[in-house]
Design a protein around this ligand. Structure first.
Ligand code: SAM
Length: 300
């Protein structure tokens, strides 16, 4: 089998010139030009011929070529219409690739997984457009797309936040949201010179190995995540003040204090020291108390 044609600066520039392509900053276009990094991504994602892979933002098809060689089937979703004729050219010899010209945030990925993979868990692999990293990843989780893993290039700072542990400066709502659904690990740090054009920030490849069942049970996931967000919105405040100031929660102060006591924590505890398991216990207690209040209320 021939070597992948893309993945180095010369061939990339040649293709861009052939199609007179101009980079669109608004789409976060930074194309990979380093074969070592591409090999590392494919290895980290542990792609086999049994896998159906969704690639988000294929660009000119560099990583798509690598994926097409390793996977059973690939669907590549690209928003920029100007890239579609280029993809049709660079991917012409791969019969297992479907190119979809769409905004990934508007695409029904559950339906795609159903059509292409019979609803079985899929792998997502991408060099993500950095301006929408969080909505893409959280959208995959919250819409309950069947997932084996997500292996993506993101800003280094975002990768650090995703795998941060309690009590560190990077720990926050994103760490907890990601760790509720998956086990994260950083597979590689990638400097700006591996891309064309060069991004202003460092990047990292992060692997999120998705749980088939969440590792803990939140009785009301939405309530737990609202509590988590409120706890980190006001980092310098105590957890009790952060939660009672949160407009979208409306939990009575006495119940907040009681639920923090139930965790065995002092009144001055801060949200950034709580583990995911503690946030789940806190929100389950609040949920149960609120449900029983509603039930008592309904009896009269
Ligand atoms: N995968 C290519 C590579 O590694 O060379 C390109 C990666 S580049 C960082 C991000 C890609 O995502 C671009 O091709 C961009 O046009 C595309 N993109 C940006 N926003 C998108 C969206 N909402 N839906 C689908 N693709 C998008």
């Amino acid at each position: 089998m021939a070597e992948p044609a893309l993945g180095n600066p010369q061939n990339t520039i040649e293709i861009l010139k052939k199609y007179n392509f101009t980079f669109q900053k608004k789409y976060g276009q930074n194309f990979l030009i380093d074969t070592h990094v591409l090999d590392k991504i494919i290895r980290a994602a542990e792609i086999t011929k049994d896998d159906f892979v969704l690639e988000i933002g294929p660009g000119i098809g560099t990583m798509t070529q690598y994926l097409a060689r390793a996977a059973g089937r690939v669907a590549a979703v690209e928003i920029d219409r100007a890239l579609i004729p280029i993809l049709e050219d660079t991917l012409s010899e791969y019969e297992n690739v479907r190119i979809i010209n769409e905004d990934v945030l508007k695409l029904d990925i559950r339906k795609l997984a159903e059509e292409e993979n019979g609803g079985r868990p899929i792998k997502v692999v991408a060099n993500l457009p950095y301006y929408i990293t969080t909505p893409i990843i959280m959208g995959l989780f919250e819409k309950h797309v069947p997932l084996k893993s997500i292996t993506v290039m993101v800003q280094k700072e975002v990768a650090d936040r995703m795998q941060a542990v309690p009590g560190t400066k990077d720990y926050g709502a994103l760490s907890l949201a990601v760790q509720y659904y998956a086990r994260p690990y950083i597979a590689a740090n990638v400097p700006p010179n591996c891309f064309i054009p060069r991004p202003k920030v460092g990047s990292a490849v992060i692997c999120l190995n998705c749980y088939s069942e969440p590792p803990l049970q939140a009785e009301d996931e939405k309530l737990m995540f609202r509590i988590i967000r409120a706890s980190f919105n006001q980092r310098r405040k105590t957890l009790a003040n952060g939660l009672s100031n949160a407009r979208d929660l409306a939990i009575p102060k006495e119940l907040i204090i009681k639920s923090i006591e139930k965790l065995g924590k002092g009144a001055d505890v801060r949200g950034e020291t709580l583990t995911l398991e503690e946030f789940a216990r806190l929100s389950n207690y609040i949920y149960d108390q609120q449900i029983s209040t509603v039930l008592c209320f309904n009896e009269y």
